[in-house]
Ligand binder design. Sequence first.
Ligand SMILES: C[S@@+](CC[C@H](N)C(=O)[O-])C[C@H]1O[C@@H](n2cnc3c(N)ncnc32)[C@H](O)[C@@H]1O
Length: 402
Amino acid sequence: MKHSPWGKSAELATIWTSLDTCMGVQYCLMSKEQKLTESGTVIPLPTPRPRLTYSRDGVPPLEQAGEYPELRYMGSKRRLLPWIHDVLAPLDFEAALDPFCGSGCVGYLMKCMGKRVVATDFLNFPATLAKATIENNRQQLDGPAIKTLLRLTRKRSPGFVERTYSGIFYTPEDLRFIDRVSLNINELEDEHQQSLARSALIRSCLKRQPRGVFTVSGDLSKYDDGRRDLRLSIEEHFLEQIEVFNGVVFDNHKRNFARRGDVFSSRPDNVDLVYLDPPYVPRSDDNCYIKRYHFLEGLSCYWEGLEIDESTKVKKIPKRYTPFSYRRTAIEAFDRMFKRFRNQKIVLSYSSNGFPDLEVLVELMSRHKGKVTTHRRPHRYHFGTHSRVARAMVEEYLVVGE
Ligand SMILES: C[S@@+](CC[C@H](N)C(=O)[O-])C[C@H]1O[C@@H](n2cnc3c(N)ncnc32)[C@H](O)[C@@H]1O
């Protein structure tokens, strides 16, 4: 009789059985060391890694996409996913590019819809999130990986994060933990496990930071409204986030891909649809991602190759230029982008509070596409303080070019 060490999990039982079949022998679990017998011969058993789940075949895409971690990312379309899903579903496509992937939720939705997804962003931390959740079909952080991540180091001198951000963000214990885990991540051999661990750390830091942005520093007690997220240490968050990110790993049986890159260097040759969600030129304020998330961008590569502007109170890194953020360059940038993707179906997310106006965008897209359709819906962004909520009421558009 065959025994599966993973009695409860049908998935793992399947893996076990296929291993059995492929080796053409009968297994029997003998001891802790796990030995395999075949007609009396004892053969060392390959140790299967305890994974929770790979495949969610049969789970409705939206239900699955709803499990994607909320990141309070500026411009995130997470709450619009059901609407985006309904617009995407009737379109005929196999593979999609999401070159402004941000929090990663739309790319993940398309993965849940069974598409092959290429997700990129010109910032490194969104690309890291996408690598962990979209490109990664199989790896989770298992017991040995977690042990490696939490390993204590003998080093006594303060690490980079503790030296740089003391008195600016977090407690000394939090900063020491960030240094320790960041160094331990490099000890993981698998790149997807590394990106999962970085993603868990990124979301831990985001949750622990009042308002989820890194523009404010020092004594932040006035923001403390008793929220659990502000009570937990980064270490406690991290352990929770490992579970959260492990929980969204699944195999959609496609070779998905994520990397850091500018939209104008992405190659659309192998995709038949692009989902475009660039930043908008704001009517007021500014839309700089580095200003808000510089700490996460640095954290995603442990500030390697980044220069800190020591003159800034919160130790920022330099802003990244994007033509979509300026009135004088945005229109030309949209035109160039639509031209670049003229051979793909285009789905553009846009909003009534952006520049240029919708009419201008539709005209620009019509230069490169035969049929342009606009879908609309009212939306309220939760980003910003209470006094700004009124300004955050907008009409959202999905402009589809075929
Ligand atoms: C509105 S957000 C995307 C939000 C995302 N769809 C979501 O739901 O979370 C815009 C993203 O574009 C990225 N970005 C800005 N300019 C870019 C460029 N030239 N190339 C690639 N990414 C860029 C920003 O880093 C940001 O993550």
